[in-house]
Design a protein around this ligand. Structure first.
Ligand SMILES: [Ca+2]
Length: 480
């Protein structure tokens, strides 16, 4: 049976449906942007059943879960300068932990600047840009919790080591972990969660659109987490990773000395850490993840209680991956997938509900995504591609990611992770190729095998074509 419907009624209904689809009736969509320092995707919602991350998992259940998201450079400062501006790292741009966006790419506009210019209130809480003074005038407020010294120790043993470290006075660090604190607010991230609750309450009152950022300091070293989070894990059940080895087929330049970890007291200057210490470090990392997870829960609960979840986009990322003993490495600073892969969750009201996305995305895609979702302009210096089509179950043009560390560029496409080291004249000095279909632990370098020559050539060309037309340009204000 066919029912005749007057055209005017169809139009009215269409308009109503159209309005209903708009997430906010009159105002703009808010953004809650969360970065957890050194968070790798070893989380319940990413398939790790041994990790206690209930709040991240709850957020994931309402988000698009990007299972193949890659940072563009695996070190704090450079990664943040890149992802916040949407600009690709280049040979002389975004290189190390202390790099400034404003110094390395003068004139590039960051996400907070675009939001700020378009009437949003922008707040930087905790660690967002590595350098607090970077993009300073793009924020209405830059806030840091008061820590117990730079490393936020409270165990008197560690506090004393910072003051009187007897062996390596230049480092002034305590142990790489501590498990004595009783309260979440004993450390900066717990204090920050309470401050952000207040931010949300103020925004609820004012009704002003916001770009509110949360930069968790953990699970970055040292693994200082309250005791109750250590107690979530049975230390006798902690295992070293299955790829706790450095195969001879992999170029030596791919590995490093885990220097960041060695700054801490009790870690030998060279060689492997003992297996017991390795397990203690893994335990500490897990405890720190669960501690961050609990603080995230406080913030998300407040967002829901205030009903701001209805018109707020939420993004959660780590700033890069982390080696937790993978390839006998600690920290980041390399081109293995453990160092490049990070969690990425994007929650869009009425649009996401835990869908899993296997398409390859990279961090420079985040800025264009948020620009599209909030209908704000994207500067030309933000060169990524929005992931909104993937969330809407459509395809998009780009199907690869490119990450850089030192002289090496990694291109990730399909099941392949291909890395090439080049000198200043663009000559290749080493290479490695892993096929994740057969070797997800990256133990068998295929790059020198004749049957993979075609794939190597194809990926090498793809990387050179797409690493950026300005890859060799040095735009730094101050040339070293
Ligand atoms: Ca980091």
């Amino acid at each position: 049976m066919k029912i005749a419907v007057p055209l005017s009624l169809v139009l009215i209904l269409g308009l109503l449906v159209g309005f209903k689809k708009q997430p906010v009736e009159q105002g703009k969509m808010n953004v809650l942007f969360i970065v957890a320092d050194d968070l790798r995707p070893e989380l319940g919602s990413f398939g790790a059943t041994h990790i206690k991350s209930p709040n991240i998992d709850k957020l994931a259940a309402g988000s698009a879960i990007f299972e193949r998201a890659y940072c563009n450079i695996p070190v704090c400062g450079a990664s943040r300068a890149s992802l916040m501006s949407g600009a690709r790292p280049a040979r002389y741009r975004f290189i190390n932990h202390g790099d400034f966006l404003n110094e390395h790419y003068p004139g590039a506009k960051s996400m907070p600047r675009i939001f700020h210019e378009n009437g949003y209130t922008t707040i930087s809480n905790g660690k967002i840009f590595h350098q607090k003074q970077d993009e300073k005038d793009a924020w209405d407020e830059i806030w840091q919790a008061k820590g117990n010294g730079e490393l936020d120790y409270i165990n008197p043993v560690n506090v004393d080591l910072v003051k009187n470290e007897p062996v390596r006075k230049d480092n002034n660090r305590g142990y790489a972990y501590e498990d004595v604190a009783l309260n979440d607010t004993d450390y900066r991230d717990g204090k920050m969660a309470l401050k952000i609750k207040k931010d949300l309450q103020k925004f609820k009152q004012s009704g002003k659109p916001f770009f509110l950022t949360v930069g968790f300091h953990k699970p970055h070293l040292p693994f200082n987490a309250p005791k109750k989070y250590w107690d979530l894990y049975d230390s006798t059940k902690i295992r070293l990773p299955a790829n706790y080895s450095q195969p001879a087929s992999t170029p030596k330049v791919a590995f490093h000395n885990s220097g960041e970890l060695r700054n801490y007291y009790g870690i030998p200057d060279k060689g492997l850490v003992s297996k017991d210490l390795a397990k203690k470090l893994i335990h500490g990392y897990y405890a720190s993840v669960s501690y961050v997870d609990a603080q995230l829960g406080i913030i998300m609960d407040e967002l829901a209680r205030l009903e701001l979840d209805k018109n707020t986009i939420v993004v959660l990322i780590g700033d890069h991956g982390w080696n937790l003993g993978d390839h006998q490495l600690w920290n980041k600073h390399c081109n293995f997938s453990s160092s490049l892969t990070t969690p990425l969750l994007i929650r869009i009201p009425q649009k996401t509900s835990g869908q899993r996305i296997r398409d390859i995305v990279e961090f420079i895609d985040i800025f264009p995504t948020l620009a599209e979702l909030t209908q704000l302009p994207k500067p030309n210096t933000a060169v990524g591609e929005s992931v909104v089509p993937l969330i809407e179950n459509r395809k998009r043009t780009k199907t690869f990611a490119i990450s850089r560390w030192g002289d090496a560029l990694t291109v990730i496409k399909d099941q392949y992770f291909y890395t090439e080291w080049v000198d200043d004249k663009d000559n290749r000095t080493a290479r490695m190729l892993f096929d994740h279909k057969t070797d997800p632990l990256e133990l068998k370098n295929l790059a020198e095998q004749p049957e993979h020559a075609g794939v190597v050539t194809e990926l090498s060309d793809l990387m050179r074509k797409n690493r950026g037309a300005d890859f060799w340009e040095d735009k730094r204000k101050t040339k070293p």
